[in-house]
Design a binder for this molecule. Structure first.
Ligand code: BMA
Length: 856
């Protein structure tokens, strides 16, 4: 029997420079939770996400904390075991029941289980020291002190950012990242359970699903936990139910000392699970049941019952879902280098993905609904893969369940990021234990298709001067190239493994060589203009991105500087990237007029549009080279608090202009105009299962809409492929760079090509007409362009923080109209949606300097 422990907990500071109001005070604690959120709920600290509160709350990470509860557990029945199970302790802890030390865990990424049977007394004679219950106490060492002490003990190793996060198995970004706050937590961040059992229980359940021809097979690997020595004979049964209700059953007998058992099920004519865009996502319910057989005199051969528990008494049960698909990763060298092609059910997948970080700096707050919303953000942008980045966590089951349902592929990093890691005990043992647990827990999920050793550590060692700093110290190589692949060969041979991201699949090669394996493109953003995305044709980009501020509502709800400028104090504390503002300024200079600091509203828009434009530019380039380039994973889908970052969806869940740009670049069919062989080519991408046979009209217009040249191209693009058609010279020669634009159009797909930077274009700010009206569910905003209007966005959260809009980053040709639908419950004069700071376009950033008055 498993029961959530729902007794009330209290929290006290036991050591550290705590404020007077907290000294000796007991605070109600929520489990799962952490100290920060409890103090916030009790009104004892301000919201850590607002203004400069983060800096004022540093003492929390330097404080030792005690969680305490009173357990009311009945004594064990004869033969019964009672265990306390902590699904997640954050992090360096001493756990006590009454005066007994149960354990000293130090890994946030593991479950810790303690047998308390003998501490609860015999039946009817409870030995609770405290009348009316038992004291359960979790003492947490000040997390920053703990990390520093562990680092000293291991021998300090190189890491990014300020604190030695690499010394302790705790979410790396919890110590501050270049998009994350430095709010080092302590707490009981996942549930606590009481488990009572006798005879035996399911120690672990690891279903591995494979497909051979038309037959699916699931092998359920089970560890049976039981007291040492001779025990009962058991039956282990697995039952699988197809989406159409068809049941499949199998069972095995487990001898009196057996502990490692496999029960296998074959599913003829199995319904295959596909990534979204390729087919359906049939999921099979799986139940694994452990029973004691009534008679000890049992046959040696497996029996095939038609119920889960034919005659025995059920002891334990596991329930989950799985799905059937094959997955392979092709890294066989070819004429371009080393590919990185992920195939599902033998169909190569063009990966259109995003990197995922913990959706809250306090990840226990991310519930099923939040995950669901965020994954909808991914799928509505046309994504088919999320990479769970190694500086975060193994997400909760909800995340992987939702990805299974939605057909979103998951690439899971092991939890190592941007640092060197000791390979000796005790860290080594923790790494093996946590990886074993994660691989086991995540094994049923068909969405999970790649295991990856680490984030940037192989690259860091090669390029960032680590070798010299490390001397003889270990740094993690053994984990990525030996320990983890060996562990996976034992526990999950069904999925491909990549030792790191980036990785070239040959230790002799530079790990970030774009011609080989996976690449992180960070020169652009760090040092180069975004047009340099075109400098290489990488085989697979697992990270690249460009910063921009959060939406207006998110920003202004978190930052209250007066005046508010790009570098006002609280604004700066919500920009974590070193030199981030300089990089934003450097990036925009060649393309658009950077609004002055005292035009914050314009600055905000300019930086948002720069982010959207830069990433779209990169994605269109990469996609135009498909299949040489087999995918891109944008850095990053989400944020964990309100911050200027690379995210497409900000910390309060609002979609930035980048989100609309991603949806454009990830559309099933995509046109883009690209430089090719001294001229221009039209790249036509078809990421569908039907051939795209179409006529593309390519016109050269001036900014008033007059046609200067026209060509119609007959194009045929096979399923899941891309062709590039040269554009006739007449289209792109003899142009007026400030006034001419190429427009390629096939149905609703459109690509544009400008011959000059925006700031040199004769873009006029005014509209032919704008009109807004109330409609059911919100408002319709009708816009008609006079001259060409580029990158039109409605920044609707400026009017109603809860409003959303159905499109953005839309370019209207001269005289063209569009209607944008705003979803909003707010009753407001419809004209509110037409304010110049709400109806935005890059035209407003071209005719400097009178930007604010640009919209008339
Ligand atoms: C990559 C990531 C993160 C980082 C991002 C932006 O290196 O792996 O470490 O946040 O770039 O700098």
């Amino acid at each position: 029997m498993r029961q959530l422990l729902d007794e009330p907990w209290v929290l006290t500071a036991t050591d550290g420079a705590v404020p007077d109001v907290l000294r000796g005070v007991e605070v109600a604690a929520t489990v799962p939770g952490v100290v920060h959120t409890d103090l916030l709920a009790a009104g004892l600290i301000p919201d850590p996400y607002l203004d400069e509160n983060e800096a004022a709350l540093q003492w929390i990470g330097r404080t030792a904390w005690r969680y305490r509860t009173r357990l009311h557990l009945s004594p064990p029945a004869p033969g019964e075991r009672v265990e306390l199970v902590f699904a997640g302790l954050d992090t360096v802890a001493q756990v006590r029941l009454d005066d007994h030390l149960l354990g000293t865990p130090s890994n946030m990424h593991r479950t810790h289980r303690y047998d308390v049977t003998d501490l609860l007394g015999d039946e009817g004679a409870a030995t609770a020291r405290v009348p009316g219950g038992h004291d359960l106490v979790v003492d947490l060492t000040a997390p920053l002190d703990a990390a520093e002490a562990m680092s000293q003990a291991q021998g300090p190793r190189v890491h990014t950012n300020e604190h030695p996060f690499n010394a302790v198995r705790k979410m790396a970004c919890n110590f501050g990242w270049d998009w994350g706050p430095d709010l080092v937590t302590a707490g009981i961040w996942r549930p606590v359970l009481v488990e009572r059992w006798h005879t035996a229980r399911l120690g672990s359940v690891r279903p591995l699903a494979t497909v051979d021809g038309t037959t699916g097979r699931v092998e359920v690997h089970v560890e049976v936990a039981r007291p040492a020595g001779e025990g009962a004979t058991l039956s282990l049964a697995a039952s699988l139910t197809a989406p159409d209700g068809t049941p499949y059953l199998a069972s095995v007998v487990v001898g009196s000392t057996g502990s490692d058992v496999v029960v296998a099920l074959d599913v003829p004519q199995v319904a295959l699970w596909w990534p979204r865009g390729y087919g359906d996502q049939p999921l099979y319910d799986l139940v694994v049941s452990l029973s004691s057989l009534s008679s000890l005199d049992t046959p040696d051969t497996p029996d095939t019952p038609d119920t889960l528990d034919p005659e025995g008494h059920e002891l334990d049960r596991w329930q989950g879902r799985t799905g059937f698909r094959t997955v392979t990763l092709d890294t066989e060298p070819d004429e371009h280098g080393t590919p990185f092609v992920l195939s599902v059910n033998h169909h190569p997948v063009l990966v259109k993905g995003a990197n995922w970080i913990p959706d809250d700096a306090f990840p226990h707050r991310v519930d099923h609904a939040r995950y669901a919303t965020r994954i909808v953000d991914a799928v509505e942008a046309g994504m088919n893969l999320l990479r769970v980045w190694g500086g975060g966590i193994y997400e909760s089951d909800d995340f992987y369940d939702l990805c299974d349902e939605q057909g979103v592929l998951v690439w899971q990093d092991f939890l190592f990021a941007c640092a060197a890691y000791a390979e000796e005990p005790p860290l080594r043992g923790e790494v093996v234990a946590e990886a074993t647990e994660a691989v086991t827990r995540l094994s049923p999920h068909p969405s999970l298709v790649v295991w990856n050793g680490n984030n940037e550590n192989l690259w860091g060692h090669e390029d960032w001067g680590w070798a010299a700093q490390l001397g003889d110290l270990t740094w993690g190589r053994g984990y990525y190239l030996e320990v983890l692949p060996e562990l996976l060969a034992r526990l999950d041979p069904t999925r491909p493994y990549s030792p790191g991201s980036p990785w070239s699949f040959d230790e002799q090669r530079h790990p970030n060589d774009p011609a080989h394996g996976t690449t992180h493109l960070w020169d652009v953003w760090n040092t180069l203009d975004h047009t340099h995305y075109r400098d290489s044709v990488p085989r697979f980009v697992s990270e690249f991105g460009y910063q921009g501020p959060p939406t207006w509502a998110t920003l202004t709800q978190a930052v209250h500087d007066r005046p508010l400028t790009p570098t006002s104090p609280a604004m700066s504390s919500h920009q974590k990237a070193i030199g981030g503002d300089d990089k934003l300024n450097r990036g925009i200079a060649p393309h658009l007029h950077r609004p002055p600091d005292d035009r914050f509203d314009d600055w905000h828009w300019a930086m948002q549009v720069q982010q959207a434009r830069a990433v779209r530019f990169g994605l269109e380039h990469l996609r135009s080279w498909h299949p040489v380039c087999s995918g891109a994973i944008v850095w990053q889908l989400n944020d964990c608090w309100p911050v200027t970052s690379w995210a497409a969806v900000d910390g309060d869940g609002r979609r930035k202009p980048l989100w609309f740009a991603l949806r454009h670049a990830y559309a099933p069919r995509l046109l883009s105009i690209q430089p090719r062989e001294g001229g221009l080519g039209l790249a036509v991408g078809n990421d569908t299962d039907e051939a795209w046979v179409t006529h593309v009209a390519v016109r050269r217009l001036d900014l008033h809409g007059d046609e200067r040249a026209l060509t119609t191209l007959a194009v045929e693009v096979a399923p899941r492929s891309t062709v590039t058609v040269p554009l006739p010279v007449a289209l792109w020669s003899d142009v007026d760079p400030a006034r001419d634009v190429l427009v390629a159009q096939a149905g609703i797909q459109r690509a544009l090509w400008f011959f000059a930077e925006d700031k040199d274009l004769a873009l006029a700010p005014g509209w032919a007409s704008t009109r807004a009206e109330r409609v059911p569910g919100g408002y319709d905003v009708h816009l008609t362009a006079a001259g060409l209007q580029r990158d039109v966005c409605l920044l609707v959260d400026k009017v109603d923080p809860d409003a959303t809009v159905d499109d953005g980053m839309v370019t209207l040709l001269p005289g063209e109209s569009c209607t944008l639908h705003v979803t909003s419950d707010l009753t407001v004069a419809p004209e509110a949606w037409l304010a110049p700071s709400v109806v935005r376009s890059t035209n407003q950033l071209v005719s400097a300097p009178d930007l604010q008055g640009a919209h008339r």
